[in-house]
Design a protein around this ligand. Structure first.
Ligand code: NAP
Ligand code: GFB
Length: 311
């Protein structure tokens, strides 16, 4: 039985892969920072020496929403550069059969035509709010391509849009919009206060449910044999506004009348509309979990697990 090493195994996407792992005939090893600090080359090497995996799904990263990206540019750049460098280098040294790395649609150029497709990744600077994270992620793709071209390593990257689901990070400053607003609305209702959404609510995003992404990652691992990166996303028509998301969450808490906007806070990138045509060509039609049901599930999970969630 081949071994799949999943870095970032304790995170949002890592847990979603864990939840479907029993459907596959591999030995899965889920790694968190408590097991190995992947920003250390020595620690990363020890991990590979122990598990000698045939496959690597590389999800580990220093991750956060708009405000964390703006507040911790050095951390976002340096930690991600070190983690990615160590993992890709060891994947080559230990002759991994296939490596799947994880980028993000926020790393595409900000000044671009829409919809964005995979060929546009290096066509210009990313949005200033997350440029540090974006350049570190772009270097992951460059490093994978270099090993592929020089040694023929089967290293490829996926490019998800904004992800949401159970096991997310609900920390009010570091979180992405959906977990942040779920936590905010929960506290606002508990304390009888206003449910404050940051920014204007006009920004547009495509959101993929973590469990859908997990299944698609396994499709890429098992069926995608190109060396170029591939966008993993719902279609453009499923792009929604932050206002729509905020209202969905407020309705789940029956707290719609208390929703207000703090327009002193930034919106970040207005949109990053991604084309999922390459994915649909690979898998044919795929029924993604609809945002309304996904948010209902996450609100329920959050309320049932409030005392144990990351916050
Ligand atoms: P997450 O929930 O924040 O989880 C991050 C994971 O990385 C955790 O398992 C964490 O371990 C691990 N990690 C962080 N620093 C580490 C270190 N120094 N050594 C070892 N492990 C370390 O992140 P996520 O949302 O699942 O993201 C997974 C991947 O998707 C990342 O590559 C991210 O850039 C990408 N992505 C995320 C989104 C999104 O909206 N969330 C969108 C596009 C792409 P601990 O639990 O021990 O800290
Ligand atoms: O999810 P988010 O933090 O990331 O924010 P990005 C999305 C939008 O939600 C922005 C608005 O327009 C925010 O102004 N928003 C409203 C909020 N209220 C809140 C709130 O309480 N918290 C947060 N976080 N947002 C990230 C990149 O950009 O996308 C990351 O910075 C990563 O690097 C991620 O790639 C997927 O979509 O703006």
């Amino acid at each position: 039985m081949y071994t799949i090493l999943v870095t970032g195994g304790s995170g949002l996407v890592g847990n979603a892969v864990k939840n479907i792992s029993t459907n596959y005939n591999y030995e899965f090893i889920f790694i968190s920072s408590k097991d190995y600090d992947l920003s250390s080359f020595e620690s990363t090497k020890q991990m590979f020496e122990k598990y000698k995996p045939e496959y690597v799904i590389h999800l580990a990263a220093c991750v956060g929403g708009l405000f964390k990206n703006m507040d911790d540019k050095v951390g976002m750049l340096e930690k991600n550069l070190m983690i990615n460098y160590n993992i890709v280098k060891c994947s080559h040294d230990y002759k991994v059969k296939k490596f799947v790395g994880c980028l993000s649609t926020c790393i595409f150029p900000d000044n671009t035509t829409y919809p964005i497709n995979e060929t546009m990744l290096h066509n210009g600077p990313p949005h200033t709010s997350n440029d540090a994270y974006a350049y570190a992620k772009r270097m992951l793709e460059i490093q994978c391509k270099a090993y592929n071209e020089q040694y023929g390593d089967n290293f490829v990257c996926i490019i998800p849009t904004n992800i949401y689901g159970s096991y997310d990070n609900f920390n009010l400053n570091d979180a992405h919009v959906i977990p942040a607003l779920i936590h905010k609305c929960y506290l606002a209702k508990q304390n009888g206060e206003k449910f404050v959404v940051s920014g204007s609510g006009n920004a547009l995003r495509q959101f993929i449910y973590s469990e859908d992404l997990a299944k698609l990652i396994m499709v890429v691992l098992e069926q995608y044999n190109e060396k170029n990166s591939i966008i993993l996303s719902v279609s453009e028509k499923d792009e929604v506004s932050i206002d729509y998301i905020a209202k969905l969450i407020a309705k789940e808490f029956d707290y719609l009348d208390n929703l207000v906007y703090d327009t002193n806070k930034p919106d970040g990138q207005y949109k990053k509309t991604a084309d999922n045509g390459k994915l649909i060509n690979l898998i044919g039609d795929y029924e993604f979990i609809e945002i309304e049901n996904g948010i209902k599930n996450v609100v329920k999970w959050f309320c049932e697990n409030y005392y144990n969630v990351r916050k």
